[in-house]
Write a protein that binds this ligand. Structure first.
Ligand SMILES: Nc1nc2c(ncn2[C@@H]2O[C@H](COP(=O)(O)OP(=O)(O)OP(=O)(O)O)[C@@H](O)[C@H]2O)c(=O)[nH]1
Ligand SMILES: [Mg+2]
Length: 277
């Protein structure tokens, strides 16, 4: 009798032990599942964050570049961006402020995302951070917009100090000859002082707008590619020059060696040329 009791007690203890182990296992399993869940969630979050970051600085790797338009009110930023995007109807222009288009320049495709978001103050900090290239627009009919352009160049230099960014100074509304307040030479001189490229455009006549955005692409590539590629492109470009142009450039260089003023002139000529550095 006592033996049977003892056996029963032992079995009960064994059962209890097993129950304990099963419960422990279950808790352990739950904990593992929870940890896995956490890990999954963290990885998902990380993935989303990365995708967000990628969206935020779409850049250089896939030949996609952000170009930011800067400049005073009414100088023609939206009009230039609209022409870039192929918007012909004026009323369509207000709907978007970021335009994406793929251009084929010198036989190679490049996608530009043109950002016309400078007006909204909250975006200004972001604008200064995200651009792969900058187009600073002023109106040739508005001197104060020209002064602002110089200030913007300084702001940009401060914000992106160490970077050799492509910056193009654009004198828009060149069609308004009678109300011109800023001469071409002033724009060019400003570009020389501020070490950037210069072009005059007319959004109304669609003059030089293609040249501007193709120039942006070339300026980006010149900085992106190694010296070897730059030299190869440069030599192809030079080959396309007429003999007169070549001779003039040679003479300019010859004279410039002994003449400081002429050297500035030569430099100001190259600031007009968006196909060279
Ligand atoms: N004649 C002439 N008018 C232009 C030219 N470019 C723009 N405009 C006109 O100038 C005005 C302002 O142009 P927008 O493109 O809206 O200028 P914006 O820089 O985007 O101005 P905000 O958005 O206020 O900062 C519009 O009435 C345009 O039609 C141009 O090259 N020539
Ligand atoms: Mg606008």
């Amino acid at each position: 009798m006592r033996k049977e009791k003892q056996c029963k007690q032992n079995r009960t203890e064994q059962n209890r032990g097993e129950q304990r182990r099963t419960e422990e296992n279950r808790t352990e399993q739950n904990r593992t599942e929870e940890t896995r869940g956490e890990q999954r969630r963290t990885e998902q979050n990380r993935g989303e964050q990365n995708r967000g970051d990628q969206r935020d600085d779409v850049s250089d790797s896939d030949c996609v570049y952000r170009v930011v338009l800067l400049g005073d009110h009414g100088v023609g930023k939206t009009s230039l961006a609209g022409i870039f995007a192929g918007v012909t109807d004026k009323d369509e222009q207000s709907a978007e402020d970021t335009y994406e288009r793929t251009l084929t320049v010198d036989g190679e495709e490049t996608t530009l995302i043109v950002m016309d978001t400078w007006e909204s103050d909250t975006q200004q900090d972001r604008c200064l951070k995200v651009g792969s290239a900058y187009v600073i627009v002023y109106s040739v009919t508005d001197r104060s917009s020209f002064d602002s352009a110089a200030e913007l160049r300084i702001t940009l230099r401060r914000a992106r100090q160490a970077e050799n960014l492509p910056i193009i100074l654009v004198g828009n509304k060149s069609d308004l000859v009678r109300s011109r307040e800023v001469a071409v030479e002033e724009g060019r001189a400003c570009a020389v002082v501020f070490d950037c490229k210069f072009i005059e455009t007319s959004a109304s006549l669609q003059h030089n707008v293609t040249e501007l955005f193709e120039g942006v692409v070339r300026q980006i590539r010149l900085r992106r590619d190694g010296t070897e590629v730059i030299q190869r492109r440069h030599s192809i470009y030079k080959r396309k020059e007429s003999l007169t142009q070549k001779a003039r450039r040679f003479l300019d260089r010859l004279v410039a060696r002994n003449n400081q003023r002429m050297a500035v002139k030569v430099r100001s000529k190259s600031c007009h040329d968006l196909a060279v550095l």
